[in-house]
Design a protein around this ligand. Structure first.
Ligand code: FEO
Length: 394
């Protein structure tokens, strides 16, 4: 029998731990696995399940629910978010709970039909601020759209000050220890890496949601991935900084090299950054994990990209990393580009143009032919000084 934990009076964690999943969305590494958190709220008159689990974990969920109530007695299935890692079990749960209605935002109800064939007559659309009385437990639904899909909402249990925020403020971290306070130092760093990959493009929405929940008497923050927070202010303050700044005087250097020329330029450039007093983090794209790069870019003021020319353009590893950056939109907007080419060149201009297309202010780039010479290394150090001056003056 798997363990059910009562996280507040008559509120039970009935989720699943996915110890072995190692990638999310086919690009985001999960070194610690993840959890799909689902919560059963037992009122005196009605029973609600808040979110479900991913496909493949339905038996775990139903077995845990069965330790508390008969699944057929569930009255409401609250779907804060339609993505299948939380809603994938909805068809099985709705079959096991034939009288249950699915509660979601208007867009969520549409998606429940699109993704899971839930018929409209079994759905109940709710609006911002609307409440659902379970008898001694009142659920209030809060619109928190675009965190990170259009239909996303949060559910707040008034009596317990418990907010079920779904993906927002989550982290990919599998553990039998349910609470952030018990998982050592991993809770905040993993939440940051999660924020970078999932929420960073929606920073303005995150700020709005934080403003919205700031006035609640929050005592428990229960996201749908990773640890539950008994002291919500810690994670909320961290999220506020990631979404609003201030940024750190930090430079993230990413590069690829084929025969070492771009690497040699990179070394001179990093020497220049460090000599100028800029905190510097570097990633060789042939071995780096893109999720760590993105996490560092959450609060870095500058990005520096090094690429050899590869058939007239950037090295494929660089192209991929730059596209990821342009998609996830980190807040720091100072950039520099450098690299070596064999004959035609082209990597540096392509990367510069792509970064400028999403608002980066790219300093005059450095592109050399062949192996770096003394004057090339000096040019790399000079470029580093320009980057450092820009970020240290901010
Ligand atoms: Fe964890 Fe957007 O799903």
């Amino acid at each position: 029998m798997t363990k059910v934990t009562e996280i507040a009076p008559d509120i039970f964690w009935v989720g699943a731990i996915d110890w072995h999943r190692r990638v999310f969305d086919r690009f985001f590494s999960l070194p610690h696995g993840t959890t799909y958190n689902a919560y059963l709220v037992r009122g005196k008159e009605k029973i609600a399940l808040v979110d479900t689990v991913a496909r493949g974990f339905e038996d775990t969920l139903l077995e845990k629910i069965g330790q508390i109530v008969a699944p057929e007695d569930i009255d409401y299935i609250v779907m804060n978010h339609a993505e299948p890692d939380h809603a994938g079990a909805i068809p099985r749960v709705m079959a096991a709970a034939p009288k249950a209605r699915l509660v979601a935002s208007r867009r969520g109800v549409e998606m429940a039909g699109d993704f899971f064939d839930v018929p409209p007559e079994r759905c109940q659309a709710v609006t911002d601020g609307q409440t659902l009385d379970l008898g001694g437990k009142t659920l209030q639904f809060l619109d928190t759209p675009w965190l990170h899909w259009p239909e996303t909402m949060s559910t707040y249990c008034l009596q317990d000050g418990a907010l079920f925020s779904c993906d927002f403020m989550g982290a990919h971290l599998a553990s039998h220890k349910l609470f952030a306070e018990d998982v050592g130092g991993l809770a905040i760093p993993e939440a940051k890496r999660y924020y970078a990959a999932i929420m960073m493009p929606f920073a303005s929405r995150a700020r709005r949601a934080l403003d919205k929940i700031q006035g609640l008497n929050l005592r428990l923050l229960a996201p749908s991935h990773g640890p539950i927070h008994k002291n919500p202010s810690l994670i909320m303050e961290a999220q506020r900084k990631w979404a609003s700044g201030p940024l750190e005087p930090k430079v993230v250097v990413v590069f690829a090299t084929m025969y070492g020329a771009t690497d040699t330029l990179k070394k001179a450039l990093v020497d220049g950054l460090l000599a100028a007093g800029a905190e510097t983090v570097e990633y060789d794209l042939s071995v780096a994990d893109i999720s760590h790069i993105m996490a560092d870019l959450v609060d870095a003021r500058a990005l520096v990209v090094g690429s050899p020319t590869f058939i007239g353009g950037a090295h494929p590893l660089v192209s991929s990393a730059v596209e990821t950056v342009c998609t996830l939109r980190p807040p720091g907007k100072v950039a520099a580009v450098f690299g070596s080419s064999g004959w035609s060149g082209g990597a540096v201009s392509r990367v510069k143009a792509r970064l400028e297309s999403v608002g980066y202010q790219v300093l005059e780039p450095l592109e050399i032919r062949g192996s770096p010479h003394t004057e090339d290394l000096e040019a790399a150090r000079a470029l580093a000084r320009q980057v450092a001056e820009r970020i240290l003056a901010e």
